[in-house]
Write a protein that binds this ligand. Structure first.
Ligand code: MG
Length: 385
């Protein structure tokens, strides 16, 4: 078929981040992929460097101050402001948007791409955590695909692809357990300790979310929406080596697992080249060298965030949106030295309680709930002062 020779046009949002820079590297190395645009939050220098090396005429920079600095240093066009990533989608009309934006800011671009029938390689967790019900309905309505980039969801996506949905009894997300695995008391943890993740090098927010296990909680919610499974069919197992990326249990008693060294280039490449498999120059797995793989049950009593996420996911509606907003505020406050590590779940639980529950009727409502939850979380934090 001629389809193989057609170049897939890729727009990379969050191109200066960990996922974004690796995506640029993968696209650049492949003749059948082409980057048609990059968007960043604040790091205009990386965006300008990427634009020059790939011959792009327009970049998007969300932060106005950073955008004006970009304009002084870049001959092309600079789209500016919080809607600049969405504008970039309209301007470039790509075949696929890689959404590597961190936080709730990633939801708008996901919605814009799906509305336009454009596939989304999704690394932005919040799109599904906050807007899961509406986002998956939107994708179904326009026929656009959500291709997961998160390592666990990519693994699951690859595992379930060839199975009859009725044959899947359970999906199991693996969790590294973070730097505090095994601890039963999370008092007195410093920012430096929390930022020191044992297996994955990532941005600040997701590293803290991995340390609290909130990241795994978000991933359960994402998995619920991506694979349309109830929460009782979604499990978590702690696996410190991060070699097994996830597993599925099938009705005949077989369990399938996806393995490899932790390297995000594999899931990024899979999302961008699906349904084909790219040649990716990562280290090949040598199990004899790995030696042994360990597994243990998670401890949701110590790691309260995992339990809070499951509860919010089961509740559905606005609850996951509140969960995420409260977590973003609490993590930023922890990183800023305003609250302790063990305050993070307290702030989230209180915000969830104060915001109540209800259905998510539309994206505008979710954005309003997001804002109100942030305000509430901030008030709780300053009250605790
Ligand atoms: Mg993950």
């Amino acid at each position: 078929m001629a389809a193989e020779s057609v170049t897939r046009r890729v727009l990379i949002l969050g191109s200066s981040g960990s996922i974004g820079t690796q995506a640029v590297e993968i696209v650049t190395a492949r003749a059948d992929l082409e980057t048609v645009g990059v968007a960043v939050g604040r790091d205009w220098r990386t965006a300008v460097t990427q634009a020059r090396s790939m011959g792009l005429e327009t970049i998007a920079v969300a932060d106005p101050q950073a955008a004006s600095e970009a304009r002084e240093n870049f001959d092309g066009n600079v789209l500016e402001g919080p809607d600049s990533a969405v504008e970039m989608i309209g301007l470039t009309r790509p075949d696929i948007v890689l959404n590597g934006i961190v936080g709730a800011a990633g939801l708008g671009p996901t919605v814009a791409a799906l509305t336009g029938g454009i596939d989304v390689a999704l690394a932005n967790k919040e799109s599904l955590v906050i807007g899961g019900e509406l986002v998956t309905e939107l994708a179904a309505a326009t026929g656009a695909r959500l291709l997961p980039v998160d390592s666990e969801h990519s693994a699951l996506f690859q595992l379930v692809e060839n199975e009859d949905p009725g044959a899947i009894e359970r999906i199991v997300l693996t969790a590294s357990g973070g730097p505090f695995r095994g601890r039963t008391d999370l008092e007195g943890i410093t920012v430096e300790q929390a930022l020191d993740h044992p297996t994955w090098a990532m941005g600040g927010r997701i590293t803290i979310d991995s340390a609290t296990l909130m990241n795994k909680g978000f991933e359960m919610i994402e998995a619920h929406h991506l694979f349309q499974l109830p929460y009782e069919q979604i499990g978590v197992v702690v696996h410190p080596q991060s070699i097994v990326h996830s597993l599925i249990d099938l009705r005949d008693g077989a369990t399938l697992a996806h393995l490899g060294y932790p390297d995000m280039r594999v899931p990024i490449a899979y999302a961008l080249t699906w349904p084909e498999r790219a040649e990716v120059p990562v280290e090949r797995l040598d199990l004899a060298q790995v030696g042994s793989l360990d597994f243990e049950a998670p401890d949701p009593e110590t790691f309260r965030c995992l339990a809070l996420a499951r509860e919010a996911g089961e509740q559905g509606g606005i609850a996951p949106c509140v969960l995420n907003a409260a977590d973003e505020v609490a993590v930023a406050s922890f990183l800023g030295g305003e609250i302790s590590f063990s305050d993070i779940p307290r702030v989230i639980e209180q915000t969830l309680e104060d915001m109540g529950s209800g259905p998510a009727r539309g994206f505008d409502e979710l954005f309003a709930v997001d804002e109100a939850s942030r305000e509430r979380a901030s008030e709780i934090i300053s009250g605790q002062g």
